[in-house]
Design a protein around this ligand. Structure first.
Ligand code: ADP
Length: 272
């Protein structure tokens, strides 16, 4: 079972994050049966549902959960598994692809800010502003100076959200290159999954070390106690889902949310 202490997977701010120091597989104590993971996920799902209702009612805080990872790391899968447990009211998922012509003529945070949560909302990002310091960097679309500037802009942006009551929780779904190979092969073998495949899924395997370095730097530069990055072991899907659900529950619990008091005297209500 995922532990409730997630600190071993927290990326130390301004540290030198090395992804090879983090296992892609569950730790020994995480080797539960699929059934146990399902039970844990259902348990966390129930808690998440209640916490999200309170978040929605209170409207004092918001939550942005960012998912990043190599292709096939499980961004779509984790969103489906974890958030099926919450009411669609007050929850929104946003995916970010290659910027449109209009988007690329704005600053890189323009399209991101427009989709950020309001207080009372929980928003999930499938890819995010981090693409602007990852794929852009690996593909040589930005230089080093621009990349450093963007880290600073990201820190300020997330701090702005924090000041507005929005917590940003960032999950890097960590898979091994061999697990990715299995997942790509499974997609090739299943015609129903062919639509998911892009040429870049295969090309990006050739620049795996470059992506790894870009992630290591971005995670180190932008993990803060208020907007932390966690490296989620993602080779096992049931473990990954339980881990993420537990982490979100803990983040919401730490907000100490309270349902608002009635705005009128309920004792005076007479039902006709
Ligand atoms: P996914 O691969 O997440 O299932 P898509 O097939 O729509 O989703 O791919 C999205 C693509 O958009 C990815 O290759 C990603 O790297 C790219 N992308 C996202 N944001 C940016 C960005 N800011 N600049 C360049 N490419 C981006």
């Amino acid at each position: 079972m995922p532990k409730t202490d997630y600190t071993p997977w927290y990326v130390l701010p301004q540290g030198k994050c090395q992804l090879s120091d983090f296992d892609t597989k569950p730790p020994a104590e995480g080797q539960a049966s699929a059934k146990e993971f399902e039970e844990h996920l259902a348990d966390m799902g129930e808690k998440l549902d209640k916490l999200q209702s309170t978040l929605h009612a209170a409207k004092t805080r918001g939550l942005l959960v960012v998912f990043q990872g190599m292709d096939t790391a499980g961004k779509d899968g984790v969103i489906r598994s974890v958030f099926t447990h919450v009411s669609p009211l007050g929850v929104r998922a946003e995916a970010f692809g290659v910027p449109t012509d209009l988007e690329s003529r704005h600053d890189f945070l323009w399209r991101i800010h427009a989709k950020a949560p309001a207080r009372g909302e929980m928003v999930i990002f499938n890819r995010s502003h981090y693409e602007d310091v990852l794929v852009t960097r690996v593909r040589g679309l930005i230089d080093e100076e621009t990349c450093q500037q963007r880290y600073n802009h990201i820190l300020h942006f997330e701090s702005l959200l924090q000041d507005a009551g929005i917590t940003v929780l960032k999950c890097y779904l960590h898979i091994s290159k061999s697990e990715q190979k299995k997942r790509l092969q499974a997609r090739l073998d299943d015609p129903r999954k062919h639509w998911k495949l892009q040429p870049s899924d295969f090309d990006d395997r050739d620049v795996w070390p470059e992506f790894t370095r870009a992630y290591e730097e971005a995670l180190s530069a932008t993990s803060t106690p208020e907007s932390p990055w966690y490296v989620v072991p993602a080779d096992s899907k049931p473990y990954r889902d339980s881990f993420v659900a537990g982490l979100i529950v803990q983040t919401l619990e730490n907000m100490k949310l309270k349902t608002p008091k009635p705005t009128f005297d309920l004792s005076k209500v007479k039902l006709s």
